[in-house]
Design a protein around this ligand. Structure first.
Ligand code: UTP
Length: 416
């Protein structure tokens, strides 16, 4: 239940955030209610500690980092067929669902609208959502099933995303039968003094809580219950911005089932030892993804007896989870990381400020921080040209951008 205005005033004073009510009297009744609702639900203690963390240096020195074993999809020999058969059987039995994370802001791409609606410039002019829909439907046909598809949005893009699907007749899917939308959580953004920002609409400026918000969002929004109802046991979770994502992969699924692990993640071998990507490893004996900035040059260059990089399996946000693992991960809060971003806001005098350099902190959880919740995780190395065509940046960046993704997509499907 929402708090009353006096309770809120007391709390805001306690945490030095009284300015959030500065423009309250000018809001219409609906907005007033919305603001009260937001303020009733903010964990100010958490925001304070997240802000304090932005001033601290991360210290991972005491952690024990070790390489993690991996399998190479194309060096499995006889085992390939075995895993594939196990995976195919489970897919045919309807045990797989797919989740696409589409709640991000896509700031680097700079597209005006949800990232999934972006047209990468193929002759067909299909959007990222349609390319993903094509991929999942094409695979499902092979097994004579419909793979239930779950789309995670954020408050910022939920309405527009659903409208886009509606306009495209849900790409042949049926909403609320085999296609489901759910929203991730969000957290307030704060300025460099730790003050929460006010948005253009007079409400608290909030931003999506990162792709790590996926587990809690799946549980809280009843998606896990829905999956159980549908007989789903395994869930592939991927991003919206990889137009070659392979959401239905019997080999990955067969490995997870055969090896009795609760998470199986796909990796790509690093393009070079110093490529700026996170890699799979073990931290204090548990699966982990370590950022390039957290490992020394020596670790980045270290190889095994076959000349393979010890920390060379990059994480590409293509992971398969058992439903139990998702429940477990959804029950435990993840740490938040801060990102320093540009954010428009209303200042104390009621003026809109549009910054041209970063001015505020956004707090995000990372999906892979939950990997430590399981004892074992299988890593499957796949081929870049078959499974990874990311759309992160605008074309001017020249890498991981629409033109590079288009080329990879066209080469894979031999479109040109
Ligand atoms: P990125 O970390 O690349 O973020 O997300 P982004 O929002 O797409 O782009 P930038 O950093 O603002 O430029 C990887 C995947 O995780 C999803 C994104 O939609 C993308 O599919 N994601 C990210 C969420 O669903 N929610 C979030 O809060 C963050």
């Amino acid at each position: 239940m929402d708090k009353n205005l006096d309770e809120i005033k007391y709390e805001l004073k306690k945490y030095g955030q009284e300015h959030l009510l500065n423009h309250y009297d000018n809001l219409d009744e609906n907005k007033k209610k919305e603001l009260i609702h937001q303020l009733s639900n903010i964990d100010f203690e958490l925001i304070n500690s997240l802000y304090a963390n932005t001033k601290k240096e991360a210290n991972n020195e005491k952690d024990k980092i070790e390489p993690i074993e991996f399998l190479d999809k194309y060096k499995l020999n006889e085992e390939y067929k075995n895993y594939e058969a196990i995976g195919k059987k489970a897919i045919k039995e309807g045990k797989l669902a797919a989740v696409t994370m589409a709640g991000g802001q896509g700031t680097r791409l700079g597209h005006n609208g949800p990232k999934g609606t972006y047209d990468i410039g193929l002759d067909s002019h299909k959007s990222l959502f349609e390319l993903l829909a094509d991929g999942i439907k094409e695979e499902a046909k092979k097994y004579d099933v419909i793979i239930p598809w779950f789309i995670m949005t954020s408050r910022e893009n939920n309405e527009e995303t659903i409208k886009f699907f509606e306009k495209n007749k849900f790409f042949g899917y049926q909403k609320d039968k085999n296609l489901f939308f759910f929203m991730q959580g969000q957290l307030p953004m704060v300025d460099t003094e730790g003050k929460i920002l006010i948005n253009e609409d007079g409400l608290v400026k909030e931003a999506a809580d990162g792709h790590g918000g996926i587990y809690e969002a799946l549980v809280k929004n009843g998606m896990v219950a829905k999956m159980e109802e549908l007989g789903v046991e395994w869930v592939f979770i991927g991003g919206v911005d990889n137009c070659l994502v392979k959401m239905v992969d019997p080999v990955l699924m067969g490995i997870a089932i055969d090896k009795k692990v609760s998470v199986a993640g796909k990796s790509l071998v690093k393009a070079n030892p110093h490529e700026k990507v996170g890699v799979f490893c073990k931290k204090n004996g548990k699966p982990y993804v370590i950022e390039y900035s957290e490992i020394t040059d020596e670790m980045a260059e270290a190889t095994d007896e076959n000349g393979e990089l010890l920390y060379g399996e990059s994480h590409i946000l293509c992971n398969l989870f058992s439903l139990d693992a998702i429940k477990r991960m959804g029950a435990n809060p993840l740490p938040y990381h801060s990102a320093y971003k540009k954010a428009k806001y209303i200042d104390r005098d009621g003026n809109l400020v549009v910054p041209d350099s970063p001015n505020a902190y956004k707090f995000e959880a990372f999906l892979f921080d939950a990997f430590g919740a399981v004892d074992d995780l299988a890593v499957l190395r796949v081929r870049r040209e078959e499974e990874f065509a990311p759309v992160k940046n605008a074309d001017s960046a020249g890498v991981d951008c629409p033109s590079t993704a288009r080329k990879l997509y066209e080469d894979f499907y031999k479109l040109k």
